[in-house]
Ligand binder design. Structure first.
Ligand code: SF4
Ligand code: SF4
Length: 440
């Protein structure tokens, strides 16, 4: 039953050995032509822009042969009890922050933290609270994410795996997913054991069927909300998507069950969403510890379906995020909790909530959650400050296309341009006032 994995096969090129090359004349010419193409793209009418965007994406991304993680022998699936949200239930060092974060919000006389924004947060979370309460913190088996809903006895016959994959992806888009990819089921990314947050006890990972494929879906979050981070408008931007996640994931799982195949919908619970999203080709792991997608940067929420239906797995892809992050550091500089590392990736993090054994940037969840407590809401500055999060601006396309170029210097220049253009600034009262002033 256990799927064995050869960690050696997951090894990618050591990022620390990549040479820092100088920008040559040819690169400058390429920058110039990319900027020209990008500027031209921004002038196209809407329909043609979509087609041109797809072409630009194809040109920018490379398909990888395997998961782009370097894994050593310290790695094992994460004990769910050690995640920061599980610790918020049992760890005396985290509980004071949890009380402030989960407790009622005290309105302040500050745009972004008034009763207006507090009410918006609460309302945005209302459907989530009704049907999947606790799943954002990892509580398994909540009503929207139940494990034991039986599949129809009447099995639909697909022509083949490709036909099944195409139809499931189409349905997922219809149900509200912004991006959909398929990964093979991989026990390394399960929490093991899972921790029941209400009973405060571990649950063995034992599903009522053997999952074979994982449908991974990313939901875009609103740019204008996150532009106000870390205000409660940004928290509302996340909260409304916790409600949407429950609707989208449970609807897609139900669609597959009605075709006769056992499936369970999952939000943040049961398994780590980011490795699955990377395996499904939806994006890369950024310095900020988040999935960075081509389309929306880190401004997404992820939900997933475990299913016994065998689907065609996508491949992981790169469009140069990891390389860009080496010199960008916008999220680390902007993080109000000082929770994002400025240095190189490492094999382990600083806290119990960092699962060691993967070479990556480990954020400090304790510092991050402490800020959330002080803020009485989420934060999202590591989303709003990321150049990839910016909507369809010409410089976004330039950054994307230029990541295929060598040279940290190029990326550093682009980061400076990002600042010069005024993107990535955090908490701006005017953004809150502008948000409320918009008619739709
Ligand atoms: S959510 Fe805020 S505090 Fe936490 S890592 Fe991101 S920027 Fe830092
Ligand atoms: S802000 Fe910069 S360093 Fe941080 S994730 Fe985005 S691209 Fe990477």
């Amino acid at each position: 039953m256990n799927k064995k994995h050869d960690n050696e096969k997951c090894l990618n090129e050591d990022p620390s050995t990549l040479e820092k090359e100088k920008i040559g004349r040819r690169d400058f010419l390429k920058i110039g032509s990319v900027a020209g193409v990008a500027a031209g793209l921004s002038l196209l009418p809407a329909g043609k822009t979509v087609a041109a965007e797809k072409t630009a994406k194809k040109a920018a991304e490379k398909i990888l042969p395997s998961m782009p993680y370097r894994i050593n022998n310290k790695f094992k699936p994460m004990d769910h009890k050690n995640t920061i949200f599980a610790r918020a239930r049992w760890d005396k060092t985290i509980i004071p922050d949890a009380k402030k974060f989960f407790g009622p919000k005290e309105p302040k006389n500050e745009p972004g933290w008034t009763q207006l924004e507090a009410a918006l947060c609460s309302a945005s979370r209302s459907i989530y609270s009704m049907i999947s309460g606790g799943s954002a913190s990892g509580q398994p088996n909540s009503p929207a994410y139940k494990w034991d809903i039986p599949a129809s006895k009447n099995k639909y016959t697909f022509k083949d795996k490709a036909d099944a994959t195409q139809k499931i992806k189409r349905a997922a888009r219809f149900m509200g997913a912004s991006l959909v990819g398929i990964a093979d089921y991989d026990e390394r990314w399960n929490y093991d054991p899972i921790f029941d947050l209400k009973k405060k006890e571990p649950i063995p990972v034992k599903f009522p069927f053997q999952p074979k494929s994982v449908v991974v879906m990313a939901l875009e979050m609103d740019y204008e909300n996150f532009a106000t981070a870390p205000s409660l408008l940004a928290t509302a931007g996340a909260d409304i998507n916790y409600s949407r996640m429950a609707v989208v994931a449970s609807s897609v799982a139900d669609f597959i069950r009605k075709l006769g195949y056992n499936s369970i919908a999952l939000g943040n619970d049961v398994a780590q969403s980011i490795p699955y999203a990377i395996a499904a080709g939806l994006g890369e792991l950024g310095r900020n510890g988040l999935l960075v997608t081509y389309e929306y940067g880190p401004r997404v929420r992820i939900c997933k379906i475990f299913t016994e239906l065998e689907l065609v797995a996508d491949k992981p892809k790169t469009f140069g995020v990891v390389d860009f992050c080496k010199s960008c550091k916008r999220c680390a500089e902007s993080c109000p909790g000082k929770a994002i590392p400025m240095g190189d990736p490492t094999w382990e993090g600083e806290t119990l909530s960092n699962n060691p054994g993967i070479y990556k940037w480990y954020i400090n969840p304790e510092k991050c959650f402490h800020f959330w407590g002080e803020n009485q809401g989420d934060c999202g500055t590591c989303i709003s400050s990321c150049p990839y999060n910016k909507p369809d601006f010409w410089h976004h396309k330039v950054i994307t296309a230029m990541t295929s170029l060598p040279g940290a210097a190029v990326h550093a220049t682009m980061t400076q341009m990002d600042k010069m253009f005024g993107y990535g600034n955090i908490y701006d009262k005017k953004a809150v006032i502008k948000w409320w002033g918009q008619e739709d």
